[in-house]
Write a protein that binds this ligand. Sequence first.
Ligand code: A5A
Ligand code: ZN
Length: 481
Amino acid sequence: MVSLVTRENWSKRFGEWFRNVLINAGIMDYRYPIKGCGVWLPYGFKVRRNILQILRDLLDSTGHEEALFPLMIPETSLAKESTHVRSFEGECFWVTQGGFEPLKVKYALRPTSETAIAPMLKLWIRSHADLPLKLYQVVNVFRYETKATRPILRMREVATFKEAHTSHATFEEAEAQVKGGMEVYKKFFDELGVPYRISRRPDWDKFAGALYSVAFDMICPDGRSLQIGTVHNLGQNFAKAFNVTYETKDGKQEYIWQTCYGISGRGIAAVLIVHGDDHGVVLPPKIAPTQAVIIPIPSKEGEEQINKTCKDIVSKLKKANVRVETDLRTDLTPGAKFYYWELRGVPLRIEIGPRDVEKKEATIARRDTSEKQTCKMDELVTVVQALAEQMAKDMRQKAWQWMKSHVYRIENLQETKKLLEKRAGIIEVFWCGKAECGHELEGKINARVLGIPEDVKEKVDGKCVVCGQKAVNIVRVALAY
Ligand code: A5A
Ligand code: ZN
């Protein structure tokens, strides 16, 4: 057991908190003998599965279909789109040998799958009737990250990578799909109570091969931003590189228009990070593998009665589809059990002691607020369900409030720099829109341009913080992970 970071100020030592909580709560063991690879532990795997289910449901219900493409991409395919290959070739793990035999064409372990999919689209798409085609897969991708790797947040084997790839007949349809992808991601993060800002990345930071990229960023407890999802309009770049065309209604050949959007394990990490506290993770009830844990408070006389009561409660809650478990371990004190389940973020704890049995009551504690209440045994199911719902709402609201209090609108560079040094969060400044000013801005404040707001549209009336000329945009900056 690795010790948790001190209970005060975990936000200042967030990296350490995160690493420790992952292993202590049984989510990921990062001690695998390859840098940037980790093991999803059984409990973490259950959380992961529940979170992915939300994403799958959202995609399935909006016309996407799940598929599975091969892990390896021949270099000849990867190299077809020139911007894409330039950005990714240095980030690939390459397979160069089969057994002892050198391969004639080396294979990349997919860093992302545009170039695995495009040659197949060419076989499948013939006419406008085949469009739109909206596919997604949940796979592992590999990126030879040179920045410091971090568990889940920056992996070399990104073990959880949901990528959607869509093909359309027109630019307008692809544009609409970009909005559609953003809607899916908004719903996904809202369901998890993860607050975000959506920004259109500057041209110099867009996905390699895209017309433009839109990103969801969250703010970590240490004030740094973390990109948790991206939506890209690929235009016809890959279609042209792979010669993927379709026959239009009036019999002409036209290149397809494409979009893609991805969420990685960071989407899971985000939940752990925004809701976590000094005691461990706090899971929204919807994704908690165990939603309520029953802990008997032992007493010599009443033991039989207590165990019977626990069993009754379990069967009642199970009937109501609550994922419930009783902790009957005899080698742990109730206090040690509280600690154990708190660390793992179980939303509700139900304590049953002799007094509760006597009074036909149960004591329920909420993980997020530590509030305790008693309720009549015959109202338990209703109370548990209501508490779970309330908890999800409160967690979402608290997280959004925290994030909003870490977004600033500032009109000069000095103050922006000062705030960033204090790791205050995301700063919005006025920008003339010129790339030179953008780069200069990044240099001067030693931070990253996240891009222009895609979520809030407002009239811009101000001066560029770099050159002083009339601003055309608000631009967001932050210390970014
Ligand atoms: N094909 C598109 C969707 C794509 O690959 N986009 S992306 O490069 O932006 O990756 C999608 C998301 O994966 C990013 O927004 C980021 O949140 C996450 N991601 C990227 N590299 C990662 C890494 N090394 N470890 C964990 N997550 C990563
Ligand atoms: Zn300027």
